[in-house]
Design a protein around this ligand. Sequence first.
Ligand SMILES: [Fe+2]
Length: 246
Amino acid sequence: MVIPISDGYRTAADPAAAAARLLTSTGVAIMSSLDLTRSLGAGREAWARFARHWEDLAPDPYAAELGVQRQRRYGQYVLRDGAWRLLPNDAFAQPENSNPLYIGKNRDFEPLTDAFAEDPLQQSLMGVLARVAAALDDAAEWDVKVHPFRVQSVAGSDGRPAPEGLHRDGVTLVSSLLIGRRNALGGQSSVCDVDGRPLLTATLDEPGTLLLGDDRHTLHDVSPIRPIDNSEPAQRDVLVITFASR
Ligand SMILES: [Fe+2]
């Protein structure tokens, strides 16, 4: 006897597939921390270890020119036939039709640490994202860019996670994973369609929450963060990973 599996059952069993379906139909989706944790097979210790990589980032001199305190690293992979290849460290060039601040300007960032690149949680996260990207485009080869960020702000200054304002990244899939927030107000994510109609507004506040966007059909922005307690800086750690079909 064949027992039909309802869509609801499938959603519960495979949150990444459910998120991919939502993404293809609406252009945006959020995976809760619980759903992502289940998809990654990660435990509390794995998340704690992963978050420690954000204590080992390097200052972003280009953001500093705009008065933004941001730390980051950068890595680029090629995914082909299920095989990942980490490319040698190279300048990050913003694609055309994307972030207006940096088009045509190559930026040099410190590479991902070996510990980060080899972290099992990072590797399983890229596997989940590859499945989601495959739902958007049947690409033979993916150009995957990995950006761990920390944005900070002190009393009286806005910490702008997205100094460029509403923008697209010029890719196929854009994802933003909240790693942690400390003493921070704000940091609200918004996604709209290309005509500016709002599709989603959400504050990623629970570590492990993943925002997914179809970058071909949407624009995104994040509001500034400010300290709750003015005697300490506000801090927001995220991991942005983009997939572009080649
Ligand atoms: Fe972006």
